[in-house]
Design a protein. Sequence first.
Length: 244
Amino acid sequence: MPLARTTTPTGQSPRKIGLLGGTFNPIHRCHLTLAHDVRQRLNLDQILFIPTGDPPHKHAVDLAPAEDRLAMVTLALEGEPGLAVSDLEIRRPGISYSIDTVTLLQQEWGASAELYFLVGLDAFLDLSTWRRAGDLLSSCHFVVVSRAGASFTELSRVELLPPLDNVALRDLESSRTDSLVFELPAARRLFLLAIPPCLVSATLIRERIRLGAGLDGLLPAQVESYILRKGLYRENHHLAGFKS
Ligand code: ATP
């Protein structure tokens, strides 16, 4: 299966590529700020947003159609340097597992690409539930960014990770340092990055739309217009079938 266009303008595969998977239901301002922040700090050539088709961890409640989520990511990334979108998980039938995506991209790009798997701390704390998480950890580098409500010190209880220095984790949590690097199997590395707190979540946006509340710059204007035009997230699926 051919992959989405992911080459640089020169036609060369970028050497250091960040992969940011998510439901992007919808994409919002914090996705963009975290991607730019990580790209700049780790000197990545490109960050590829990969909207998931059939997510293993999220229930289908309120999930907009894959083509709408892909369209919103595409709109949001217009004119954003170094950020691109791939539809590979959406085009792949069945559940989207990160290990399959990383394996596919490695086959496509070979040794010329170094992959960095970007994930928020909230999602990474569930690592042990991911399919073939041990294999994934040794397949690419990991970049875990801070997220309000999750603490780096909780990483010490995540199975599969090598022993992490608790004092260093506390320093990161309390802003005495803004990044840590640990060794993973197969010469991969785990980067823990504290990023400026960004309090937007897709859940918050969907809730505000349902309530008819304003979106006040929580997401790019072109994405907001798309949502309004298509009438996304207006219905309260939580209440479906529970009429009083
Ligand atoms: P939802 O509210 O529906 O759970 P979300 O806002 O977490 O959605 P996702 O599409 O699930 O959005 O996020 C993709 C990735 O971006 C995940 O790894 C998530 O942890 C990370 N992420 C999303 N929002 C933030 C944020 N505000 N700060 C840090 N990381 C974030």
